[in-house]
Design a protein around this ligand. Structure first.
Ligand SMILES: Nc1nc2c(ncn2[C@@H]2O[C@H](COP(=O)(O)OP(=O)(O)OP(=O)(O)O)[C@@H](O)[C@H]2O)c(=O)[nH]1
Ligand SMILES: [Mg+2]
Length: 237
């Protein structure tokens, strides 16, 4: 097999005001893995008002930039479009706040690059989760049930930002939801388009930093209402 026929993968990192941790997060993402032609890190700075972009540039990764803050969904779609235009064979979505385990990138890629699945979803409930509060656990469980009801898809986790998508899946997964609803939207598209998906155990770490900066539990209601609106305005297929 020549190097040319090996797959090319982009790790897409959407970041908003992560100047404190972005260099550390990017420094541990592998720059190459066995069996790949390229493993490129694509940082999408989502209109940060701090030095996230400058700090990421200093790490030597590919950087894209929104001039205003548009939300994680919009930032991921910018990264997805970059991957489509540059003909990557797969992408991995990876949070900028250091909650993911870079050693698990290969585990998410395996089922997708083998051609068996279109999407591999990270699951913290079949994997290991450190430091998650019981209220957050309850809300995510509620989200799982909600997703099952409105999108008719059975998953063990929802709103987990760690996942891998094949280039074929990327052609279908075109995000319309700019903010946090995009995670539910991805599941809805998987169900509507009959994409082949699997879940892979992943470790999510809740640090003092991620808990202080991350999502409030009260956002769950807003996400649910916006998803209902999405369902009302989206055609069946
Ligand atoms: N909150 C937020 N995050 C964004 C935005 N744009 C990009 N991101 C990035 O999206 C990732 C996830 O955001 P978080 O707020 O940590 O959301 P989360 O990880 O689902 O929630 P927690 O479990 O509470 O950490 C981070 O890497 C952010 O830097 C935005 O507009 N708002
Ligand atoms: Mg987070």
């Amino acid at each position: 097999m020549t190097t040319k026929s090996l797959p090319r993968v982009a790790v897409i990192v959407a970041a908003y005001n992560e100047e404190k941790v972005i260099a550390e997060t990017l420094s541990v993402v592998p720059k190459q893995l066995p069996g790949l032609a390229d493993l490129d890190v694509v940082l999408v700075d989502d209109g940060s008002r701090d030095a996230t972009l400058e700090n990421a540039r200093a790490c030597g990764v590919i950087t894209l930039h929104h001039s205003i803050n548009r939300g994680q969904g919009a930032a991921l779609e910018t990264g997805f479009e970059y991957a489509r235009r540059h003909h990557y064979d797969a992408v991995v979505t990876y949070d900028a706040d250091g909650q993911h385990n870079p050693d698990e990138i290969k585990d998410l890629l395996k089922p997708v690059l083998s051609g068996e699945y279109d999407v591999a979803l990270g699951s913290r409930f079949i994997g290991e989760t450190q430091g998650m509060s019981s209220s957050r656990k309850l809300i995510i469980r509620g989200g799982i049930l909600f997703t099952r009801l409105i999108s008719r898809i059975r998953v063990s986790d929802t709103h987990n930002g760690f996942r891998a998508l094949s280039s074929a899946a990327l052609q279908q997964v075109r995000l319309r939801e700019d903010r946090m609803e995009h995670a539910s939207e991805i599941l809805d598209i998987i169900a509507r388009k009959n994409l082949r998906f699997t879940e892979v155990p992943v470790t999510i770490t809740y640090t003092d930093y991620s808990m202080q900066k991350g999502q409030r539990n009260s956002n769950a209601l807003k996400i649910a209402l916006n998803m209902l609106m999405y369902k009302l305005t989206t055609s069946k297929r």
